[in-house]
Write a protein that binds this ligand. Structure first.
Ligand code: ZN
Ligand code: ZN
Length: 342
């Protein structure tokens, strides 16, 4: 495919898609029902339907029954870890292998023209972004994901928490399933914004931001504390009269859905003139500029808090103006402190 038909590459080779990033037309004023209806299928397809499917298969065929999960023992915990590990390597590995190892489409539709593997970077273990990310993703990522899933299954199996059933509470459970992505958006915006408070950023979140030029492996490259808060989102199912299947759906859409923002390419080519839109640009801009797009725009939190970058030159200018103001405030604060001491 010819990416120049869909965007522009600057002198340094960085590619920007045409068009303006806009938040989903759900909480916008004035309401635009037609736009909302046109957008609605995107809420389900492809990802939420895909993760609902993988979660259902996982629940039916790869999760032991309550007679097993009501007692904590290593054999079934190992099974949950193994299937999560397999999902991590298959799902991330396939995309990483095609785009970053085989380089099937070279750097067409790639925002940053460079491939992380081409340059050693001492900020990463063994100088490699990929190795560092896989060690973190498996070491604490899949482990904490599994731990939260195990606690959830064990608590439901022992009736420590109330559990709804699909035969008696189908409408309630369908509503929870429908709201999982919304809840994620609100929860993730809150924890992500908090992780950008300078102290937390320095000690915790900077690990994730070491990948300035992210690839799929970067998705779960986080500090263990961030992994805990990230996957901790699914603990909500223990207090809302939910069902383990929905907790698994929530966990899989976190663990695997994180790839959406970290593909690094705007389209994955599937034919000479065909490609799948990745929707990675909003979060790519977060990795590039740090203080924009804390969430992905399903709920327009970034618009409301003035941190939305719409991917255009005007978006750049707004960000620069905000940054200038922030620096001026910081300098004014410093001067008045110095004045006070003098
Ligand atoms: Zn990220
Ligand atoms: Zn961040």
């Amino acid at each position: 495919m010819d990416d120049s038909k869909y965007g522009k590459r600057d002198k340094r080779g960085h590619w920007t898609p045409d068009g303006v990033l806009t938040p989903a037309p759900i909480f916008v004023l004035p309401p635009n029902p037609l736009k909302f209806l046109r957008w609605l299928p995107n809420y389900f397809l492809p990802w939420n339907v895909f993760f609902m499917l993988t979660a259902t298969l996982t629940w039916l065929f790869l999760t032991p029954g309550t007679e097993t999960t009501n007692t904590l023992s290593w054999d079934w915990i190992a099974l949950i870890f193994a299937r999560n590990l397999a999902a991590f390597f298959v799902f991330y590995g396939v995309i990483e292998y095609r785009l970053y190892r085989q380089r099937k489409q070279e750097n067409r539709f790639k925002y940053n023209p460079n491939f992380p593997a081409d340059k050693k970077n001492t900020v990463f273990m063994f100088g490699s972004q990929a190795i560092d990310s896989v060690i973190r993703g498996v070491g604490t990522g899949v482990t904490i994901w599994t731990a939260i899933e195990v606690i959830t299954l064990w608590a439901f199996a022992n009736n420590y928490v109330p559990m709804a059933s699909f035969s008696e509470n189908p409408v309630w459970l369908a509503m929870i399933a429908l709201l999982v992505p919304m809840f994620h958006e609100a929860y993730f915006f809150a924890i992500h914004r908090a992780l950008h408070i300078p102290l937390f950023y320095k000690w915790i979140h900077s690990v994730h931001h070491n990948s300035v030029n992210p690839s799929p492996w970067s998705s779960l490259s986080m500090h263990p504390i961030e992994h805990f808060f990230f996957f901790g989102e699914a603990l909500i199912h223990l207090v809302i009269f939910s069902h383990p299947l929905l907790a698994i759906y929530n966990l899989q859409s976190l663990a695997l859905g994180a790839v959406v923002g970290h593909v690094g390419f705007d389209k994955i080519e599937t034919g000479d003139e065909k490609g799948i839109d990745t929707h990675a640009y909003a979060h790519y801009l977060h990795h590039k500029y740090f203080e924009v797009n804390y969430a992905d725009g399903l709920i327009p939190f970034d618009k409301w808090f003035g941190t939305w970058h719409d991917g255009t030159k005007e978006g750049d200018a707004t960000m620069q103006a905000r940054w200038q103001k922030k620096m001026q405030r910081a300098n004014a604060g410093k001067e008045s402190n110095e004045g006070g001491r003098a």
